[in-house]
Design a protein around this ligand. Sequence first.
Ligand code: SF4
Length: 447
Amino acid sequence: MALTGVEIFKLLPKTNCKKCGFPTCLAFAMKLAQRQASLDSCPDVSEEAKQKLGEASAPPVRPVVIGSGEKAVKMGEETVLFRHDKRFVNPCAFALEIKDTLTEADINNKVREVISSEIDRVGQKLRVDAIALVNDSNDAGKFESAAKLIAREAPEIPVIICTTNPQAADAAAKLFTDRKPVIYGVNTENTEGMVNVAKSYKATLGVAAKSLDELSGLTEKIKSLGIEDMVIDSGARKAKEILEHNTLIRRTAIKKNFKPLGYPVITFAQREDSLVESLIAATGVSKYSSIIVLSSIEKWKNLALFTLRQNIYTDPQVPMQVEQKVYKVGEPTQESPLFVTTNFSLTYFIVSGEIENSKVPGYLAVMDCEGLSVLTAWAAGKFTASKIAQFIKESEVENNIKHRELIIPGYVAILSGALEDKLEGWKITVGPREANGIPAFLKSRAA
Ligand code: SF4
């Protein structure tokens, strides 16, 4: 059972030293009880208390890592039901299903689709994260051959080995020993066999149940056999069921600290109709799935799901930002125009996109305004004439251009006079108010 705030408080040093960032030990204890603080923040807590508080301070959804190296995926570790309470921690992973009944050429094509799925959006790399190899043939030899192909062609991609046959699981898992695979398919009939395979290869077990009750019984049994890392599947396949089960799983894990359901959820969204599959996957992204298995990864589908995932897992209290620097758009020369704007991601992408649309290469000086848009930053005193002038001087953009003309957003035309005073020798030009006016603006200058 979870400890209450008062029970936790009794175990703390009670010196109110504030080193944890909270004004009192009691305030810290309350946050620990709500899982909104980490015990590590108190440097003076005793070893004995640490042991007792370990369970209370552990995240209610167990953290699990699949894969290794740069493309490893961390999931779980969630502490809240709603992202406005505290941001969701680890974005869900998308996995492409590859059946072992496919031809070698088709498997290779699917692997290539996964490898080339990466896109850059608002400064973040987004991709299909994993391959779910499915033992569709029920033939351990065929499964092993397909696993060999994937191990060779996709050496960095995390793998989910989907089979209910412990021999097939063993044959495939031994090819991914250095990659922390998930072995999905442990059920009430093959528990011991699958647990042994997972132990041999230090793999995460994917628990396949037919109901929530069966699921909680299975995870308890698997844990008692010595496996800690699991991802769980309640058997839900319809969108309504997925929504219901995922919500119940997250709620009981977080609100009741019910450990048998405190694991990342794997959702199988495969459908013949790609649009329906996308909608089911979107339900999983929005409501608590940690791995979503897809049957196909068309570009349109990826873009929609990546964008949704990025939005759900962004901290709603922190605006998305890009790095402060002078960006090149196209291949600018020393004569190319120089624009300035703020580092709100959306602003950056819209402005740079419109410069690109104009087909006139240019420089875009992006100033750190804590992720605020132009007007908000100006109103907050973060995008002022003196700050812009200082940024332009320090950016050393002068080394890249012969001219001394700076184009400012039309919304802050009011800054032009003061900016000319601060930036000696520079001409300040007022650009369009909206970024979509940039192509016409640049065209009129060329005429
Ligand atoms: Fe109390 Fe520890 Fe926080 Fe100090 S750091 S106020 S002892 S909980």
